[in-house]
Design a protein. Sequence first.
Lengths: 171, 428, 755
Amino acid sequence: MVAMTVNGKSVSVDADPETPLLYVLRNELELNGAKFGCGLGQCGACTVLVDGKAAISCLLPLAALEGRAITTLEGLGTAEAPGPVQAAFIEEQAAQCGYCIPGMIMRMAGLLAETPEPDDEEIRAALQPNLCRCGTHMRILRAARRAAGRPSEEDNFAFAGSGQNVGGTSS
Amino acid sequence: MKKVLLSIARLAVLVVAAFFAFALSPAEIDAIERPAADSFDADLVAKGRDLAALGNCLTCHQSEGGAPYAGGYGVETPVGTIYGSNITPDPETGIGRWSKAAFVRSMREGLGREGEHLYPAFPYTHFTRVTDGDLEALYAFLMTRQAVAKTVPNPDLPFPMNVRPLLAAWKLLFLDEGAAPSDGLGDELERGRYLVDGLGHCGACHTPRNLFLTEKTDAYLRGGEASGWANPPLAGDIHSPSPWTAVQIATYLDGGFAEAHGVAAGPMAEVAAKLKDAPAADISAMAAYLVSLQTGVAMPSADNSKTATPSERIALGETLYRGACARCHEANGQRGTSAPGSSQGLPLAQSTALHAPDGRNFAQFVLHGVEAPNGEAGWPMPGFADLLTDEQIAAIADYLRHELAQQSVWDDMSERIADIRSQGEVAR
Amino acid sequence: MTHHRSSSPLIPPITRRGFVAGAGSLTLSFALSGRAAAQSEESGVVDQTAELPGSLSKAPFLDSWIRIAADGAITVFTGKAELGQGIRTALHQIAAEMLGVDPQRIELLTADTDATPNEGYTAASHSMEESGSAIMNAAAEVRAILVQRAAERLGVDAETLRVEDGVVIGGPEDLAYNMLVDGETLHVRYEGRGRKPDPATYKIMGTPFPRTDIPAKLTGAPAYVQDLRLPGMVHARVIRPPVSGARLAEFDQAAVEAMPGVMAVVRNGNYLAVVASGEYQAVEAKRAAEGAARWTGGIALPERSEIYDRLQASAAEETVIHETDAGSGFPVKRLKARYTRPFQMHSSIGPSCAVGLFEDGRLTVWTHTQGVYPDRKAIAELLSMEENAVRLIHMPGAGCYGHNGADDAAADAALIATALPGRPVRVQWMREDEHLWEPYGSAMVVEASAGLAADGTIADWTYDVWSYPHSTRPGGAGNLIAGNLVADPFRLAPPTNIPQPAGGGDRNAVPPYDIPGARVTKHFVTDMTLRVSALRGLGAFMNVFSLESFVDELAEAAGADPVAFRLAMLDDPRAGDVVTAAATDFGWDGWTAPAPGFGRGFAYARYKNLAAYCAVAIELQVTPETGAIRIHRAVSSVDSGQIVNPNGVRNQIEGGIVQSASWTLFEEVLYSPDRIESRDWSAYPILRFDAVPASVRVRPIDRPGEPFLGTGECAQGPTAAAIANAVRDATGVRIRDLPYSPKRLQTALRETEFS
Ligand code: FES
Ligand code: FES
């Protein structure tokens, strides 16, 4: 029996202690936010917050979670009252199939908890572990900017190390 | 204690240097007009490119995401940060006005064109071994790069380390200029040694250093440390359940992975990424030479007092291992194996990191994971820093040492992990 | 989906029972429409012989598409599936606009064999042309019928009446739609009586209406088939052979059955699956079963380095698909080139999943298949069941981009569920199941040769494309993995050689330009070495990459500006508009490289030569020392005909550009003679955030009143070619082999001055 906090509520889970958190969330706790993408720590679809930090849940055994605080997508808000990061993603219509987006939102929530005003490079770096196959990246970056409090019309997402974009946009 | 000694040493050097700094102030070599790129022979440039790969020049002479050879990467040394210089042919901020002679002198003697002493983070103690022909090729290669105007920061060093002339004294004591004599090893081994000791500068990381931060000649390639990593010994008795073969070393050097031993991570990841572009024959030669230095494997006998009774921590470690690690590090549920059935995780029973005398590298791997090379197949591993606590990682370490390495558990592992965690991730 | 009920006094609240009663013709209409043959899957053309718009040709009764309940609830049916492309929202907008009701009041039901029309596969960017046109025309006609009824009832001229939010007004009395329908009102054949409103008056179509499915998906509501939890549901995992064709020689079944939670081991020939009460128990049982199974034999794969030669040397069905008369120009210069593309994956972010329930002789499967009807047929054949005893219900999965593991996972769920009657069985593929067993996009080779006349125009053009098939969708049970593995295996149906004008491997092989002396030949090779099927765009990705690379090579040889060179050969003004728009937005004229290593590239195609027009211009930077390509800007314009949702169009193009950049820069299935090596993301790297362009801009060009043109796949080819052309511009090197991996770039650049 492992006792932890999930989205602010204390829960006790009785399952094989080696079970990765992802399966516990999806089955024992019937939460949909964390998605199964690879189970190998390669894609970030299963990202949640553990003690406030973004963490993949597919390789995080239940036995490691005694007393820890988990936040899932559901803990950020609801369709009627989305949390700020969710609202930013909805505002930017940042989804195609949407399967990767919960992980992206959780990464951003984790980043913002640590760095309230991340720049583009920090956003890219924070999202690097997460894959999107639909190619929704531009919208995800726009939503991330919006969540970071600086929505913008024009894309111009700096690359790491470049400080700014050499090419820029012309119109 | 170490600090006190270092201060005494610094003081001593300072006194000696006060004299020599004046006596040895080297001359400036005249600036030239930047030579046209097409004045260099294409074959020479191509040869230079290979040598630059072997020398890992980019590792220090390119900042994260910055232009190649434009410098700016901060090399952390025990005394402070030194930034890789701009070695593109930009006339103002790079080496565009350097003649070949100036270039050769910098590589051999650690001097800038104007005669200023360069910090030995630039490993001229190794580069001094490089032949004239190779230096000429490197020069041709660098002078045909894209010129980039970029000024790199000054070294961030405390007094007296920031007094460049003091380096003259250091060199006098420790710089052994020129090529090493041939000792009849035969063509391939000699080529290997030339590359390992010269451009490859393997000793810079793999040979322990003395108080003057100089490589200990009597402990050649017996293991060193950098950025919180233990750089394993390449010579003598190595830390591995089985010797490395030449093929394994070659695969590791230019592919970053040897299934029977480990994956290049931390500072070595960068090295392997660059060596990928080096000629295969040179990699083989280096591997052949390195293999010839191995005398055996150092496998401390199991300490029964620590392994006989599986502790509670070991039991916890097993549970955590099964949920967090086994998915990739085991094939078909068989412990310690890795085969087509697994997701290309290393078979841990063989891991060099797991057989090392201390758990530093193990902790590095688990905390920070392994990044895949950009856009190419690789052996990525997620970092567990935000997933597992120090105590939990230590439990996994205990379990693996006990069960897979069949050796005593590492001492003070939780503290060691905490320590490495506090240093943060060092990119290279 | 919330069912909004109007509080308007005109629309009396009515119970669910009332809804069914009011709909009246629910079963009857399906007796008529449900059996229509499935549309040929990737064929690219809406049945051209049909006179009725879009899928109305397959389901001509209005109530197949639209039903109005006595309580005013309006239900719109589509046989298409939401795959992340936003079709649900676009269809919703169309229905609302044409019916003249608040979108909130419409419920949209997607693919379900018990409820919706058979619209074949949701594929080939057809949904707007097929379902969109059907719903648009059906809705317009429903509106016309109801207005006519109101006019009759009120004794006024229909012309004097208008519709406002589902209420016919303007007469002596306002009449809501639901007061005008009874049992059979809408159970009539479509006749084209409806007059569509002037596009200038559209209020819902043409606006960036927010996607209706996004809030739920972004807040964790159950939205995907992966999220379906039925009472008593159990978890299954499949165990596949290490290579295709291997036989299960030995299996220690007892060892697996003894594991905690394991409820069943399903073995049927070489088909193997485990079922456990807990999901992680099933995962563990799968691992144990993999260790307990010994396989022998199996097919040998080719050496990766030999695949292109092998493809060209294989027996092929050859078709000349395009020929034009010789022109007057005499070739003074000849260019030849060979382009290659490796096997590439769909690699959905969420591996395939399905839930099956076998109860009282009836089987229900919840699946993210693209074709509930065709997959049902294959599954019925696999299980020797009557088709009408099998129901497939679509639920969203992760984006699929073509024929991925969805159909096979549905078959797995079906097969395993029949072994555990009464139990809902959830089958979730693991990452390696998807990577190793999904059908890949075919490896392809193109050889092109062209002459340039003295005046710099193209004098002749020969183009040959070699490809494995681009559709092996079910079909029958032989097109399912389970069908091949069971004790009494089914044979793969001969793959379709999809004909022009859409084409399969030859899709977009015909140049969109006016070129004399052209001859285009397709070499269709059915001796597949790896499992292949439809991947977004089919042959169009490779053909546009090759064709538009080659056009650039010719422009360069002719000393012409690439954009001007293209414009001079384009007759279609809409094509010209798209090209000009992209070039203008990019700032093509007067562009200079902002720094060394920069280059720009341009490409254009009209998808399938009959769907959306798309042009892409790219500015990128190459770092020769590392071989890294950094895309700074992508600028695109697209003409999809009448735009229903401009934001949806943008989303599709942005996504297409980024996905195509990933294909172009990084992707290649790795394999050796004894196995496929790309078993997860480590050996099949795709684009991550560090490689995402700094900026992607899309300009949709609206064509009010014009037919919808499929848009979902149109950016794939032009993006690849624009990258290729920009790399050439940046480095002077023309790379003709995909992908443009750092390694390949480095190798190519080694030979040049540039490095
Ligand atoms: S599912 Fe956890 S990282 Fe992919
Ligand atoms: S939106 Fe589909 S995977 Fe990201």
